[in-house]
Design a protein. Structure first.
Length: 278
């Protein structure tokens, strides 16, 4: 199987062009190739496919083999792959995902390679039953959630996949490896959850770490950064446009007040191409 390894701020995936390759049992393939000792090493597998409703289609699988609805970092890399490999000559394209159709606006560098991608992530989902969260509230904002013996104030948002955002004083010292997996599998979240822990630097600068559902801690999460911005606006602690600092770098997130859409802008990077026997 031929592949390309790419990353968005260190959130790395193996990309397969399914116009040319056929991938059977992609969940099992994702587990094999994601292994950083016995495989290629990645946070998961992304398939680039034809679509009947958009220009292209994307499927993504976490390193544990589970399929996710959407990944903001991965979809930027899909756009770069398509343009750089001449599968499209358009810099504005639509990508079908399990979270709906997303629109990408791409910027090329001097060598005509895509360096920056802006993604229309659509409207955030705030009603708990649709996120989903086991709650009868209209919005799950700044609500207590108990993990071990400590109570955390959590705000939940879906950006096509579910997120739980918690504010902490010092994110670098936060025990993510302990709290993250327990938050992910908490009984409040019937489909598990991506857990973000956020330090507020100022109203235009937020610093976060993320424990991703099915993958563990990653260097970046695009949908998570969007959820953090939305949660921060709902809690009155940030502007509608801010820099979100992740371990792998910075994303610019904007929650547009006029159309209620969230926009995410960030880089996409190709690492190497190769071939693996499965």
């Amino acid at each position: 199987m031929k592949f390309t390894k790419m990353h968005g701020l260190g959130n790395d995936y193996i990309y397969v062009n399914c116009f040319e390759e056929s991938v059977e049992k992609p969940g099992e393939v994702a587990k094999v190739i994601s292994n950083r000792h016995f495989g290629i090493g990645s946070d998961g597998l992304v398939l680039i496919l034809p679509s009947k409703t958009a220009n292209f289609r994307m499927r993504m699988f976490n390193s544990d083999g589970s399929e996710a609805e959407m990944c903001g970092n991965a979809i930027r890399c899909v756009g770069k792959y398509l343009y750089d490999n001449r599968m499209t000559d358009k810099k504005v394209i639509s990508i079908e995902t399990l979270a709906g159709i997303k629109i990408l606006e791409m910027t090329a560098d001097e060598s005509n390679k895509i360096s920056l991608v802006k993604v229309d992530m659509g409207e955030p989902v705030l009603y708990p039953k649709d996120i989903p969260v086991n709650s009868e509230l209209d919005h799950f904002v700044n609500q207590p959630v108990k993990v071990l013996d400590k109570e955390y104030k959590v705000t939940c948002v879906s950006m096509g996949n579910p997120h739980a955002v918690t504010y902490v004083d010092n994110v670098a010292c936060f025990p993510l490896e302990t709290v993250g997996p327990l938050m992910e599998c908490h009984s409040l979240f019937p489909k598990k959850i991506n857990a973000e822990f956020v330090e507020v630097k100022d109203r235009a600068h937020l610093k976060m770490r993320v424990w991703e559902r099915g993958a563990g801690e990653t260097l970046a999460c695009g949908t998570g950064a969007c959820a953090v911005l939305v949660a921060s606006v709902l809690n009155g602690i940030s502007e509608r446009k801010a820099e979100i600092e992740l371990l792998g770098g910075v994303l610019i997130i904007e929650w547009n007040e006029e159309n209620n859409h969230v926009y995410k802008t960030g880089p996409a990077t190709a690492v190497f191409t190769g071939e693996i026997e499965l």
